[in-house]
Design a protein around this ligand. Sequence first.
Ligand code: IDP
Length: 142
Amino acid sequence: MSTVQRSLVLVKPDGVRRGLSGEVLRRIEAKGYTLAAVELRTATPELLAAHYAEHEGKPFYGPLVEFMLSGPVLAVVIEGERCIEGFRSLAGATDPTKAAPGTIRGDLGRDWGVAVQQNIVHGSDSEESAAREIGIWFPQLA
Ligand code: IDP
């Protein structure tokens, strides 16, 4: 049975700054997912408040928003069978020190000794999150 999904991927400001946007897109395409939208964007506090609503009140929330505003992000919508779970596998664990080698965070990320985990990418974690996040970043696609 077909379960084609869309997922919202962000190359976070650390990834864009380090010139890893192309490498992330390469891994997405090499996996066989297609790109439905790609756009270099500068986030706003309003957009991030919506995107990270579930984390409001957590100790890392302030540093997370500040970090996400520190430079442009590459906003991407990917498409493919079970691509939500598939991209989470490509990304690896949230903490780049613990992320397995072979994953984006495991191969390319590390701890920088700052308050927020700068872990290169974001990927939606469920169909519900994907629909909500695509609506926030690409309302024209929702
Ligand atoms: P995810 O990006 O792997 O889905 P989430 O739990 O949704 O992880 O957290 C959102 C982002 O917040 C993470 O990607 C990371 O940048 C940051 N973050 C999450 N947990 C922590 C933490 O315990 N300390 C510092 N930063 C964190």
